[in-house]
Design a protein around this ligand. Structure first.
Ligand code: SF4
Ligand code: SF4
Length: 371
């Protein structure tokens, strides 16, 4: 395993992080999910055994069972050897009587630990920071003083400008954002955060599973040079701003394959990099026929994030990957109230689209596919 210093935290993290959001789980009779702890414990332990020392989780992953699974897996092990990064969903309004502190304490109890190494404001945008930043930071700094958390960071889906403002507050030691072969939207932000001394971990390095579709991804690399997963991970690690790639792993085979990749991963060759650019451009041209993401149609008075809906639709329609990742992201949009179901067909957006896209019709179709 290879390790690197996670920015200002000073922690030495494995370059492969264990994303605890795809743990083995079963469906309960009422349609929810129940993590299979008999499987998740050996899974997490195998990752640790192979040198992964960095686990990323969240207050709500797997209906809050992810933190429980981590606690169970770490029972009897040396806690100081494992770095747990978890997140408080600060974008979600506090329920009546709920506090950020209570969310933290609940997480600690679930994970059966006295402290979290890294505590995040989850999915932070500049807008949310302006709204809840003071209250959260007051709680977090107090908790840090008490030893309940050791470092404070944020995860984000915000635009570059928003991320820069958050980084420039000087309050954070590390950040997590999406980054993979197909989604370079955070490349500049990663470079900025890294230059400012923040540790950077990235999620979705193998595209939430979709890039791991062998037939498609294999095309990104010259024949025989890389397995699909290896190609995706090598691409991410090739960015000097990325400290750790957090990959959601569900089976011991995935853990072993990913770990093997860290050990053998060489920097991308010029031919491989050129091939990636070529395929990405080819796909982008096709995707642009549907939507270039220019945003001229925005804002929608009803809060629909039109380009984002079409982006997820393109994951299915253009890139031909499994729909599951697109659907997962779409759920996130629904939770935020920016999905296509909010369209009331007022028609304000359509005349503004240079691609002459029938936005209303396309939104309805996308909603059907992504829901
Ligand atoms: S037609 Fe729908 S998506 Fe377009 S502006 Fe109106 S509500 Fe928004
Ligand atoms: S204006 Fe058209 S091309 Fe641009 S983001 Fe909106 S739907 Fe896509």
């Amino acid at each position: 395993m290879r390790y690197t210093t996670y920015g200002k935290t000073g922690l030495s993290v494995s370059r492969l992080g264990f994303g605890a959001m795809r743990l083995p789980a079963n469906e309960t009779p009422d349609g929810k999910e129940q993590v299979d702890y008999d499987k998740s414990t050996p899974l997490i332990r195998r990752a640790l055994e192979l040198g992964v020392n960095f686990i990323d989780t969240h207050h709500n992953y797997h209906y809050s069972q992810s933190e429980i699974a981590i606690g169970l897996a770490l029972e009897g092990l040396d806690r100081s050897k494992v770095i747990i990064q978890t997140k408080n969903p600060t974008w979600k309004d506090l329920a009546e009587g709920e506090t950020y502190r209570q969310r933290l304490e609940d997480g600690l109890k679930r994970a059966k630990t006295d402290y979290f190494d890294i505590y995040f404001l989850h999915s932070l945008s500049w807008q949310t920071f302006e709204k809840v930043g003071d209250e959260f930071m007051k709680m977090a700094l107090q908790a840090k003083e008490e030893g309940l958390i050791r470092h404070i960071g944020f995860s984000t889906h915000d635009k570059y400008e928003g991320i820069v403002k958050i980084v420039d507050t000087g309050l954070f030691e590390c950040m997590l954002c999406q980054y993979n072969l197909l989604d370079l939207s955070n490349e500049k932000a990663i470079g900025y955060a890294h230059a400012k001394g923040l540790g950077v971990s990235v999620m979705g390095p193998v595209g939430g599973g979709r890039l791991a579709t062998p037939n498609e991804l294999a095309r990104f690399m010259p024949a025989g040079q890389s397995s699909p997963v290896e190609a995706a991970l090598r691409f991410v690690w090739d960015n000097p701003g990325v400290d750790s790639a957090v990959s959601g792993m569900s089976t011991i085979e995935q853990v072993e394959e990913n770990v093997k990749t860290v050990d053998i991963a060489a920097p991308l060759t010029d031919a491989e990099r050129a091939r990636i650019v070529e395929i990405r451009e080819e796909k982008k041209k096709l995707a642009d026929l549907y939507c270039t993401g220019c945003g001229y149609c925005m804002p929608c008075p009803n809060g629909v994030n039109i380009p984002r809906v079409f982006e997820y639709m393109n994951w299915v329609r253009v890139y031909g990957f499994a729909e599951s990742a697109a659907r997962e992201h779409y759920v996130w949009m629904r939770n935020r109230g920016s999905d296509a179901s909010k369209c009331v067909e007022c028609g304000q957006c359509e005349p503004k689209c240079p691609q002459k896209i029938q936005i209303i019709k396309q939104l309805a179709e996308s909603h059907k596919v992504l829901s």
